[in-house]
Ligand binder design. Structure first.
Ligand code: ATP
Length: 299
């Protein structure tokens, strides 16, 4: 059960945007959907929601085809935000949440709770166009979740938000998951994905290049990072065997090494030279994995 995509392909004319995608999103989990610009994320979301027909394959949510318009248990935060600039926040939310099957009284009650939670109760009676971009995004987020969906699709939910608001929304996403909702979200920020997801998919040109559990993806990547803080010159470490990348940092260097054995060799070299303030062997970051799999063209 959960969300299942079987051999899904989407072509626009002769261009293949999504190519034979096979994916299973377990229920009650946050699933990360990543990829460079144009990789096919939004196209996939639109197909999952039934807003766009796939050319081939099938998409099932708990065994049934999804139709966003007629299935109230789905929530969607679109990448292109779709609020009416001249409409009042409360009218906008009432309008959208009624389409999701809620009663006006319940909507206004839930809206007050959400606006308080996001520290913007004063925005209830303002027009959308009076709000900053980040505050408009909070309203769009509320519109996606106010009816307590069972399946929630968030296309770039944290883009354009300051760090304080990112935390507010992240906490909300975690809480919604705890309440039993299945969440799929796309992001270009690897640290958000590392913090929120157990399973993820990195798309490249319409197909997954990485798919699975975050922990096993990191483990099977093999390479590790070494962070060293020291005040003496560490330039020559780049030519040690097993050192793949070398980068200067403000307090020392950061290396990518091919194995733990290579890190040990670096360690012996460094401690024989003087006082080392920090030597740390770290798992590869999702950022490292993304760059390697998708290429340095990614920003
Ligand atoms: N209606 C359309 N007609 C033709 N090509 C399209 C259409 N919609 C999307 N595409 C193409 O399909 C590819 C995938 O687009 P999509 O919007 O799914 O990417 P994305 O992964 O969401 O990218 P981003 O991170 O930039 O939002 C792109 O090359 C895009 O130009």
């Amino acid at each position: 059960m959960g969300l299942v995509l079987r051999n899904v392909t989407k072509r626009f004319g002769s261009f293949t945007a999504v190519d034979n995608l096979k994916l299973e999103v377990p229920v009650k989990e946050i699933f990360g959907f990543l990829g460079a610009n144009g990789a096919g994320k939004t196209t996939t979301f639109r197909m999952v929601l039934g807003l766009l027909d796939q050319t081939e394959g099938s998409i099932l949510w708990n065994g049934k085809a999804v139709n966003y318009e007629t299935t109230p248990e789905i929530g969607y935060l679109p990448e292109e935000r779709g609020l009416y600039p001249k409409m009042k926040v409360s009218d906008q939310i009432v309008y959208l949440a009624r389409l999701r099957g809620m009663k006006k009284q319940d909507i206004l009650h839930e809206l007050d709770i959400w606006l308080d939670r996001f520290n913007v109760p004063e925005n209830k009676h303002k027009n959308i166009e009076e709000l900053s971009k980040g505050n408009q995004q909070k309203i769009q987020f509320i519109a996606a979740v106010i009816h307590k969906p069972k399946l929630l699709i968030l296309d770039e939910p944290f883009s354009g938000l300051d760090p304080v608001n990112v935390e507010l929304l992240k906490d909300a996403v975690k809480e919604i998951k705890e309440s039993g909702t299945t969440i799929v979200f796309s992001s270009h920020r690897m640290e958000h994905v590392e913090e929120l997801c157990e399973n993820l998919c990195i798309m490249h040109k319409g197909t997954p290049v990485v798919l699975g559990e975050l922990k096993s993806i990191k483990r099977s990547f093999g390479k590790k990072n070494v962070s060293i803080f020291a005040d003496f010159d560490l330039t020559d470490l780049k030519s040690l065997p097993g050192v793949l990348k070398w980068r200067k940092t403000t307090e020392g260097v950061q290396l990518q090494v091919e194995s733990e054995g290579a890190a040990e060799e670096v360690f012996h070299q460094v401690v024989s030279r003087g006082f080392v303030r920090k030597f740390e062997l770290e798992e590869p970051s999702l950022h490292d994995i993304f760059i390697e799999k998708v290429g340095a063209s990614y920003e």
